[in-house]
Ligand binder design. Structure first.
Ligand code: ZN
Length: 359
């Protein structure tokens, strides 16, 4: 519980704040009226996670507390939501964010984390998520806990289609149940769902092989696997396939920590690197792994050599990025920072830097 006196102090403090401008580029955003909820001052959701403490005074006027970067994203595009004021972490932390499509599809679980902007110690809380390549276009809502905080519009995006014939060996890799396969899948799923506290990089990312390398598959490709037994199955390609010969050095796309480096049945020799809370890069089908789990890596460090291990119809590198467990388009993450400190500082300056003084 937050003591009553502390609660009143915080109310006074918040009442002194300017009314923030809610949107980063307001021309694309229609603001949704706040769903007014009864304050649950200080109630903990008992997750043990500081981020989950629900002092939710922001529910009355969410547009005062949030800013968004990426207000008309396309499928595959990341979105960054900034929560202000940030230095008052414990009292004002929002819950995790979710994205809800017009058809009611809900993606949840993107957590807020502390993001220090500069040497002066200015900080905000940020949350990043990606619109999946399969998400509905049109209207969508960003929800914090059970409160709608932004409406946004998902652009239409068309993805390529491809058919991939698989020989009996590759057909078996996809279709034959195997407890080890299930265990590998569960381990990776648990890693990708994690949201640690460390911001190793703010982006942008650098491709793991030369940027102009020929691509054999693209992000979001709608695939149909043609099995050797005559059956078929649809799939969505989650990353980029680079058509590199076996033995090509594969480099970390950004600073981070290696969280998985092991041989897996379907994806062969695989490496996963954590870059910031909930954001991971993935490298599959390597011939050799050089990275070690728990090791720190920098941009350009060679983490292995490309190959054709696991389910592969030929030598290539599969490179994939995950943001809050969803697939994000690597080209977009290479083109702009995921956390844009200049943009965040501009928001702070526009909304009144005095808010941060003396906190
Ligand atoms: Zn691939």
């Amino acid at each position: 519980m937050i003591p009553r006196s502390d609660f009143i102090l915080r109310l006074c403090y918040l009442s002194l704040c300017f009314v923030f401008i809610a949107c980063f580029s307001s021309q694309h955003i229609t603001r949704k009226p706040a769903v007014i909820q009864e304050a649950e001052g200080g109630k903990s959701e008992e997750s043990g996670d500081k981020q989950e403490i629900a002092f939710d005074i922001w529910k009355d006027n969410p547009e005062d507390f949030y800013a968004i970067v990426g207000d008309t994203p396309a499928p595959g595009e990341p979105v960054t939501v900034i929560f202000l004021p940030a230095r008052d972490n414990e009292a004002a932390s929002p819950a995790r964010l979710s994205l809800v499509s017009k058809s009611g599809r809900r993606l949840g679980g993107a957590a807020f984390f502390d993001w220090t902007l500069d040497d002066e110690g200015r900080a905000v809380r940020a949350c990043v998520f990606a619109v999946p390549s399969t998400f509905d276009d049109g209207e969508a809502i960003i929800r914090a806990g059970d409160t709608d905080i932004f409406e946004l519009k998902i652009k239409e995006r068309v993805f390529a289609s491809e058919e991939i014939p698989l020989n009996p060996g590759n057909t078996a890799l996809r279709t034959v149940p195997d407890p080890r396969k299930t265990a590998e899948s569960e381990r990776l799923g648990a890693i990708l769902a994690r949201s640690g506290p460390v911001v190793y990089t703010t982006g942008p990312f650098t491709p793991p092989v030369a940027a102009d390398t020929r691509r054999t598959s693209f992000f979001g490709d709608r695939r149909v696997y043609l099995y050797s037994n005559g059956k078929s199955a649809p799939a969505v390609h989650a990353g980029i396939d680079y058509g590199v010969p076996s033995g090509t050095p594969v480099r970390s796309c950004a600073p981070g920590k290696v969280v998985l480096a092991s041989e897996r049945i379907v994806t062969g020799n695989s490496v996963v690197i954590e870059h910031l809370p909930g954001v991971y890069s993935i490298y599959y089908h390597l011939d050799k792994i050089y990275a070690e789990e728990d090791a720190a890596v920098d941009t350009g460090d060679v983490i292995g050599l490309s190959g054709a291990t696991g389910l592969a119809t030929g030598p290539h590198l599969h490179w994939e990025l995950r943001v809050a467990a969803e697939n994000a388009d690597p080209d977009i993450l290479c083109a702009r920072p995921l956390l844009d400190s200049e943009a965040a500082k501009k928001i702070i300056n526009e909304r009144g830097e005095h808010i941060y003084a003396g906190l």
